[in-house]
Design a protein around this ligand. Structure first.
Ligand SMILES: C[S@@+](CC[C@H](N)C(=O)[O-])C[C@H]1O[C@@H](n2cnc3c(N)ncnc32)[C@H](O)[C@@H]1O
Length: 377
């Protein structure tokens, strides 16, 4: 039986860092493929998201559209409402957000007042089920911040095994803001032939990159030639994610907001640091094999590696299509009416103007892509 001293020793064992976990995995099993390194660095023990990395103005590492303010969620709620009507306003309509972070989009979608994720008493009165909002987030620290009215889970299968979702196709929508760029990628490097990047341990015990033999077979989306040293992501995980997300739904749609480049061939001509980026504390980080677990690793999404979407729009086009201009005008009018004696509510209406500027910025968030895949009905 362990003594008290042993118990103390167990309690004080430090949490492993991502770098030590990766080094230990390589020492035990041999080199790791880059997507495995990225998975450990972001989501493993001591990984960036595991240990509290997140979007947000205060205490966050980067700003995303939901974190700009409530306007983004208000417009997304309009799209959800339109999908709900399109599929016939069914009972049990489910909104699933994957990579929900601390739940900011969920909060703002509900605060729009357009959708009923409501209370059970309304169900008694109307005999109808309100909508479900399932917030799926891998990071336990971010799940802890989710509001109590969402079904907060680490994976969709947790929602099924926990009894919150039926085990079968759903009617509803699946939304992901800046998820695809954070899914682990395989990494290819051109030096006369395309080779795959792996990570091994150097003589000093640090993680270093090593290249495989030329890859064979040659994926269709991969250009035959490229500048020496060119790199491209192999987005197997993102392609699988889209296929599975669409497969979850018997009717409805999947909507993903992200930074997207149409073809892998275009990425091959870009300096790799412009599409394979690291971030921490609102600034660009170090090389992707440095500071493992201490910085976000994110990649531009190559559209030609994903199942073909039903629609592709810029974020600016999408938000305008779903009424951002009307919402901003409503804010302007409300602010003008209250300007003599401003209230908090009036100031929130006024902030729609600056939020829209950020969300529509053609050199920033407005240039993101919005990819939509319709599930077959
Ligand atoms: C860039 S953040 C975006 C967070 C939020 N959607 C936003 O826009 O502010 C990506 C989030 O996706 C989460 N994530 C990554 N892979 C995931 C997965 N397979 N399932 C659920 N969450 C995931 C990460 O933990 C992280 O919180």
């Amino acid at each position: 039986m362990p003594s008290d001293a042993d118990a103390d020793a167990v309690v004080s064992t430090p949490t492993p860092t991502a770098a030590t976990t990766i080094a230990a995995a390589i020492a035990a099993e041999g080199p790791l493929r880059f997507d495995q390194v990225m998975e450990f660095a972001l989501y493993g023990p001591g990984g960036f998201y595991t240990s509290g990395g997140k979007a947000g103005r205060r205490g966050g590492d980067f700003i995303t559209s939901p974190e700009v303010g409530p306007l983004f969620g208000d417009v997304v709620a309009r799209w959800i409402e339109a999908e709900y009507r399109r599929v016939g306003e069914p009972d049990g309509f489910t909104v699933i957000e994957i990579g929900a972070g601390p739940g900011t989009l969920a909060r703002t979608v509900r605060a729009s007042g357009r959708l009923d994720f409501g209370a059970d008493d309304r169900q008694h009165m109307t005999g109808r089920q309100s909508m479900r909002y399932v917030a799926v987030e891998l990071s336990a620290t971010q799940r802890a911040a989710h509001p109590d009215w969402v079904i907060s889970v680490g994976s969709l299968s947790d929602a099924v095994t926990g009894g919150s979702l039926p085990d079968g196709p759903l009617v509803g929508v699946i939304i992901a803001n800046e998820l695809l760029d954070n899914l682990p990628v395989r990494l290819l490097v051109f030096d006369g032939a395309w080779r795959e990047a792996w990570a091994d341990l150097g003589r000093d015990g640090r993680v270093v990159e090593v290249l495989s033999a030329p890859i064979d077979p040659h994926p269709l989306w991969l250009p035959r030639g490229a500048p020496h040293g060119a790199r491209v992501p192999w987005q197997q995980a993102a392609a699988v994610w889209v296929t599975e997300a669409v497969g979850c739904l018997c009717d409805g749609a999947v909507l993903a907001f992200d930074y997207v480049t149409p073809t892998t061939a275009e990425l091959a001509t870009m300096p790799w640091r412009s599409w394979l980026r690291t971030y921490r504390d609102h600034a660009r980080g170090a090389h992707y094999l440095s500071d493992l677990g201490l910085q976000d690793i994110t990649t531009q999404v190559a559209l030609d590696q994903l199942p073909p979407p039903s629609a592709v729009r810029s974020q600016s086009q999408f938000l305008q299509r779903w009424g951002i201009t009307d919402l901003v005008e409503e804010g302007r009018v409300a602010w003008a009416a209250a300007a003599g004696a401003p209230t908090l509510a009036a100031m929130k209406m006024r902030s729609r103007i600056s939020e829209a500027d950020a969300l529509l910025d053609p050199a920033g968030l407005g240039a993101f892509s919005v990819l939509e895949w319709r599930a077959a009905s």
